[in-house]
Write a protein that binds this ligand. Structure first.
Ligand SMILES: [Zn+2]
Ligand SMILES: [Zn+2]
Length: 422
């Protein structure tokens, strides 16, 4: 072996693909049902799009971006997430003038320079939705409904929801003051990162995974006690709508997004199908982001889900329905002459939409039947010189083993009948 894929960049092989297809088709099927249209943005942007749109003081921007100068000396970055690009596209194409509410979804690879581990790679894949143009709390609830719907439709049973509100920037300013005041006496006990965060971005301390940090935070002030009346009202209504939709949730006061343009609702959807709680989807409101990108103040809400983790989960779960490579028809031929005629028949079946294969490995008839069996062909057609000379072909029902001789002129019709009787 001379070449390997770069560390953290993974092939998605045909063995894994049925799970990927299951996720992708579910996303593509469900999004339009909720009124979301697809948007595709480039895989790289000018670096400042992410520096602003993700936030300078995040780990993503500080440590994890693939940034390089292109040949024209411009600083470019492979997208570490898609919301910033979507908002950039929304403004660039002036959708604010075309429609009152833009509801978009996306699906594709993202890039972060992180330590690769199970379920986390440097090129990873996300699907997500963004709704730009409304501050209706019912839209927050719809987002959550959409996010959970995709997961349960895929076969996950134990889907849970964590919920919080981080209010507006004013609420947060007040809260952060209280939080810092509370945390200062514990400064020495916080992890190194959090000691720095205390100066730069104290909200981020709330979701630190460090044991010492989280136990200190546990007794601290909670942001929902600092919401202004508008934010409190919005949150109350989100919860009401969720109740209406029978979507139960757990309040998580430490669920935050530590940047100014995130507002009000934040949520995570997780699965406990395999015991531990795996966060699969994260989302929330970002009423300040469009304005930050130079647009008029425009409320928005969205979510993103990671496909790698979801695929890992689906692979371990039983009962997930997958479409593996499976043949409708295998056409066995016995020599060059029958092969020549066989190719034409295969073409005809494929044109009728049947998944059809023919031998390319010079296998014996026995070997060809074995191959047909391995790929789950429902029908095997056998074209030998004898049959060809009489303008006939043998059809073998692979389940019953029953064989019938049919005229070549009726071939497609007879195959169709046989497949439909399955
Ligand atoms: Zn507020
Ligand atoms: Zn910490």
């Amino acid at each position: 072996m001379k070449y390997y894929a770069p560390k953290g960049l993974n092939d998605i092989t045909p063995d894994d693909m049925p799970y990927w297809h299951a996720v992708e088709s579910e996303v593509r099927a469900t999004m339009p049902v909720y009124g979301y249209e697809e948007i595709r943005t480039p895989m790289m942007e000018k670096t400042e799009v992410f520096a602003r749109g993700v936030g300078e003081e995040t780990d993503v921007v500080e440590k994890e971006m693939y940034t390089f100068d292109d040949k024209g000396g411009r600083s470019m970055t492979l997208r570490p997430e898609n919301t910033a690009s979507v908002v950039r596209a929304y403004l660039e194409h002036k959708y604010y003038g075309k429609e009152e509410l833009s509801k978009w979804y996306y699906l594709g690879p993202m890039f972060r320079y992180e330590a690769p581990q199970k379920g986390r790679s440097r090129q990873f894949h996300q699907y997500g939705a963004e709704a730009i143009g409304s501050n209706d709390p019912a839209l927050d609830a719809e987002m959550i409904n959409l996010a959970t719907d995709i997961l349960t439709s895929l076969g996950l049973n134990e889907v849970g929801l964590s919920l919080n509100s981080i209010g507006c920037p004013d609420d947060r300013e007040e809260y952060i003051e209280e939080l810092v005041e509370y945390l200062n006496p514990f400064k020495e006990e916080l992890c190194e990162d959090c000691q720095a965060r205390l100066e730069t971005n104290p909200l981020r301390i709330l979701d630190c995974k460090n044991q010492a940090c989280s136990s200190i935070v546990e007794d601290g002030p909670e942001i929902t006690d600092y919401l202004c009346s508008e934010c409190r009202d919005h949150f109350k209504n989100v919860k009401k709508y969720l109740d209406q939709l029978n979507l139960s949730y757990t309040m998580d006061p430490n669920l935050v997004r530590g940047l100014d343009y995130y507002t009000k609702t934040v949520f995570e959807v997780f699965s406990s199908d395999l015991g531990a709680q795996d966060a699969l989807v994260g989302g929330g409101r970002y009423d300040g982001l469009v304005e930050l990108f130079g647009g008029d103040p425009t409320p928005a809400v969205g979510f993103a889900g990671g496909i790698e983790r979801l695929v890992l989960l689906l692979e371990e779960l039983e009962g997930v329905e997958l479409k593996k490579r499976e043949l409708d028809v295998y056409l066995a031929t016995l020599d060059r002459e029958t092969k020549r005629r066989g190719l034409k028949l295969v073409q005809r079946l494929r044109n009728s939409g049947f998944k059809t294969e023919i031998d390319y490995l010079e296998k014996s008839l026995q070997g060809q039947l074995g191959y047909a069996d391995r790929y789950g062909a429902d029908v095997t057609a056998i074209l030998g010189p004898q049959e060809l000379s009489e303008d006939e072909i043998t059809l073998r029902d692979m389940e019953t083993g029953e064989q019938t001789l049919v005229p070549l002129s009726d071939f497609t019709e007879k195959v169709k009948n046989l497949l439909e009787s399955e």
